[in-house]
Design a protein around this ligand. Structure first.
Ligand code: FAD
Length: 116
């Protein structure tokens, strides 16, 4: 029987947790080491761009993260006269991202349940 691959991920931020989830889904035994004594809320909000949501969807937590926030409206930059200088494309018909007032809707979705 093939030996199970093991990985140690240092840091339980979104990069570490996303890596840990991806490795676990690929069958690795993963240990996450986080120096902070507890996960708490940091800051006031988090905007996740479309590519970020795609990455979260790819590892199976997109729906959970999406439900924690709301879709942003199309955005861009206007000059003082209201002329659009840059508009974020709307051609995909998909949300551009999510924004959540409680900080970091992403990382709780990536964490294992208590005791997991
Ligand atoms: C004010 C602010 C607002 C932001 N807003 C947004 C936003 O709206 N949207 C967005 O996409 N990005 C935003 N960012 C950027 C985003 O927060 C970072 O890109 C993202 O958090 C990086 O994730 P990470 O996992 O690489 O690092 P971090 O989130 O920094 O996580 C690293 C983790 O590793 C732990 N760690 C470090 N060293 C060790 C060690 N030696 N042993 C154990 N644990 C260790 C740390 O405690 C930490 O938990 C913002 C950043 C700031 C500062």
């Amino acid at each position: 029987m093939a030996e199970r691959l093991t990985a140690i991920v240092v840091g339980g931020g979104i990069a570490g947790l996303a890596s840990a989830v991806s490795l676990a889904q690929a069958g690795w035994a993963v240990t996450v080491l986080e120096r902070a004594p507890a996960f708490g809320e940091v800051g006031a909000g988090l905007a996740i761009t479309r590519n970020g949501m795609s990455a979260l969807e790819a590892i199976g937590v997109g729906e959970t993260v999406g439900a924690a926030g709301h879709e942003t409206v199309p955005a861009g930059f206007q000059d003082p006269g209201g002329r659009w200088l840059l508009r974020i494309p709307q051609h995909t018909g998909r949300a551009h991202g999510h924004h959540d007032l409680g900080h970091s809707p992403a990382t709780p979705a990536l964490r294992p349940p208590a005791g997991g």
